[in-house]
Ligand binder design. Structure first.
Ligand code: ADP
Ligand code: ZN
Length: 516
């Protein structure tokens, strides 16, 4: 019988589906649209390949990664699946062959770039309307959104697909999209009512580490000394620093090659090949490197400079440890980088974009300054719930920096409670410290909690409040003048049912960004 499980076994040799894969396959088989979010290596391809083998007609796969199409198609063909691709690397005769196979309904999967699907005029779309199209899969779907971190104008044309093929199931897949990007993908593709499948983004084997960027080269060398046998990627912001770093590392006896979009095709391919085949251990690169690269034993990813947003950071660090073995993601963080990137954003974009991009940048900066679990922050960024401690990030691992902060938390929460959740952070801190400032209303000076936190400095309170927010014991309201409010978890602290672990404020964290 031709069940999804049977197809999975027969063509791919796997005995069971991973989480969500089966539901996604069923959704497509039922003729419905879907948006699939799965981390890299999660198994997105099978979500459209299995239905492709079961449905009548050809499944069109749109992908921006022309360089990878041949490999993907070769792998499928080796498994006995009728697949082909169309791109500029094919000769006219080869293209003609693909077309005649399409007409004869002999293909199950066809890979192509968006500009090939909807290029100048609708010739190809018209051709497709004459043959049986089973489904359309859009890989790297975040490329359609300007709010994603890898916008590609040629993806915008894909908005026409749903109009042209209203009855054909459309499945959009991505490994990286926050809430805003997701909504945008659905809207742009015209599949607002489609089911959204959100897989866990947790990569438990990746250890997240952040170091203040001081003398980053020396810090890097120290890190690399401990990774002598390992392969890794080191990301830098500029092409010049990519080249400079590779040269300097080589001088110091490390096995490194550079990669960035300014190098000629041949050099790029050569360096990439060498890295994939373990002939060179380290690649220094701009973010131009890595998309679609399937190398399982990357043991570390280092960011010498701050990424522009969490999605980029998450995707780049996600290239480590695809084999499931322990891997490190190290970020050198400085507030100087935040300022620099902020400058770029403001120069390069219109006002609406600037607002969104600056928000994303500030979330990235917040990650760098975090004193609560970094994994929790990442997962919550992608709307996934996570425990307060993961045990595998620098914050969770620095046990000696922690203390029982239950009393501190109780003071803060009861201040928020007694002030009826109507005030922002600055006021709460002044209130806790018993500030004499005229700002504090006279009636508030009568409240019991007034001044109970006078022994803690303003800066420390700012840290603790931020930690309490990240731990979910307090919340900042939305809007222009955010106030602190309690959460469901607050009550358990106030009644003493739950203990709160806080991080000591280190002298070295000099820059505290007050946002409210
Ligand atoms: P993604 O596109 O999400 O990065 P892939 O589709 O390339 O991931 O899948 C990653 C790896 O996991 C591939 O080697 C694939 O064969 C394997 N894989 C996917 N689904 C399953 C499954 N159900 N059982 C076993 N292996 C799977
Ligand atoms: Zn952690």
């Amino acid at each position: 019988m031709n069940t999804p499980e049977a197809v999975l076994k027969k063509y791919f040799g796997y005995t069971s589906f991973r989480k969500h894969q089966k539901e996604i396959v069923d959704t497509v088989l039922e003729g419905n649209d879907a948006l699939v979010l799965m981390p890299t290596g999660g198994g997105k391809s099978l979500c459209y390949q299995v239905p492709a083998l079961m449905l009548e007609g050809v499944t069109i796969v749109v992908s921006p990664l022309i360089a990878l199409m041949k490999d993907q198609v070769d792998a499928l063909t080796a498994n006995g699946i009728a697949a082909a691709y169309l791109n500029s690397s094919l000769t006219t005769q080869e293209q003609t062959e693909v077309f005649s196979k399409l007409r004869a309904n002999e293909l199950k999967l066809l890979y192509l770039a968006p500009e090939r699907l909807i290029g100048k005029g609708d010739a190809f779309l018209n051709f497709l309307s004459e043959i049986k199209v089973a489904a359309i899969a859009i890989d790297e779907a975040h490329c359609i959104s300007q709010w994603g971190h890898d916008f590609r104008p040629e993806y915008m044309m894909l908005s026409k697909l749903k109009e042209t093929f209203p009855k054909v199931p459309l499945i959009a897949l991505t490994a990286t999209a926050d809430k805003l990007t997701r909504a945008d993908i659905l809207q742009q593709l015209g599949i607002d009512k489609s089911q959204v499948f959100l897989s866990s983004f947790n990569r438990g084997n990746i250890r997240y580490l952040v170091q203040p960027k001081q003398s980053s080269y020396e810090q890097l060398v120290q890190f690399l000394e401990a990774h002598k046998e390992d392969c890794g990627i080191i990301y830098c912001l500029s092409r010049a620093s990519v080249e400079g770093l590779a040269a300097r590392l080589k001088e110091d006896g490390f096995d490194a090659l550079p990669y960035h979009a300014g190098l000629d095709r041949k050099t790029k391919d050569e360096h990439q090949e060498k890295f994939i085949n373990d002939q060179v251990k380290i690649i220094t690169a701009t973010i131009a490197f890595g998309m679609g690269i399937d190398k399982s034993n990357v043991r570390f990813v280092v960011h010498m400079d701050l990424p522009k947003n969490i999605e980029g950071y998450y995707q780049e660090t996600g290239r480590a440890g695809r084999d499931g073995l322990d891997s490190d993601a190290l970020l050198f963080y400085s507030y100087g980088d935040v300022m620099k990137l902020r400058g770029f954003v403001e120069i390069e974009n219109n006002q609406e974009q600037t607002e969104v991009l600056l928000k994303k940048l500030s979330e990235m900066a917040e990650f760098g300054e975090l004193r609560t679990c970094r994994r929790k922050y990442l997962l919550e960024y992608f709307d996934e719930e996570a425990p307060n401690e993961c045990g595998n990030c620098d914050v969770c691992l620095s046990v000696d920096e922690k203390f029982d902060g239950t009393v501190i938390a109780q003071k803060a929460l009861s201040a928020v409670y007694r002030l009826e959740e109507r005030f922002g952070q600055t006021y709460i801190i002044d209130f806790l410290r018993g500030s004499k400032s005229a700002k504090i209303w006279d009636q508030h000076k009568q409240i019991k909690t007034y001044g109970v936190g006078a022994d803690v400095s303003k800066e420390e309170w700012a840290h603790y409040l931020r930690d309490l927010i990240h731990l979910g014991f307090l919340k900042k309201s939305e809007g222009q003048y955010p106030v602190l409010v309690l959460t469901e978890k607050s009550k358990e602290v106030l009644t003493g049912k739950v203990k709160v672990t806080l991080s000591k404020v280190k002298e070295t964290i000099a820059v505290v960004q007050e946002s409210a």
